[in-house]
Design a protein around this ligand. Structure first.
Ligand code: CO
Length: 139
């Protein structure tokens, strides 16, 4: 399948409160907030901050029964996932499935800023919840 991932797209961080977290990322780290969105498909409100050509994605759960809500209840705030950028998410997902990786998403779903995303299970991804993301054109 050649080079699977183009680059790191973002690091996903689970937070209890977006505005409180932004005091660290915007005020202290001086990162630029470029996007804020409720993503119903993932049960989160998310923000993207620029770090060079990459991003940090802060995720706050829409409720306790969402994946990120459960994650916070179990492990508290912190590193949640790593996202790699791909140019053809359907082909990459099929190749990773064929390679024997366990997929959380059999098909891509809606991600932040009109991207298409799919998650790989940490069990076959070295213990890391791993997202692959195909950005919308122009991003
Ligand atoms: Co993400």
């Amino acid at each position: 399948m050649g080079r699977v991932f183009s680059r790191v797209d973002h690091i996903g961080v689970a937070v209890e409160d977006l505005d409180a977290a932004l005091e660290l990322y915007e005020r202290d780290y001086e990162m630029t907030l470029v996007h804020r969105e409720v993503i119903e498909a993932q049960g989160v409100e998310a923000v993207l901050l620029d770090v060079g050509e990459n991003h940090v994605e802060l995720l706050a759960p829409l409720g306790p029964d969402t994946p990120v809500g459960k994650y916070l209840a179990k492990r508290g705030p912190g590193m949640h996932h790593v996202a790699y950028q791909v140019s053809d998410i359907d082909a990459t997902l099929a190749a990773l499935r064929d390679a024997g990786l366990r997929l959380i998403d059999e098909h891509p779903r809606d991600g932040i800023r009109d991207s298409r995303v799919a998650f790989l299970h940490p069990a076959t991804a070295g213990g890391v919840l791993t997202e692959i993301v195909q950005p919308a054109k122009g991003h």
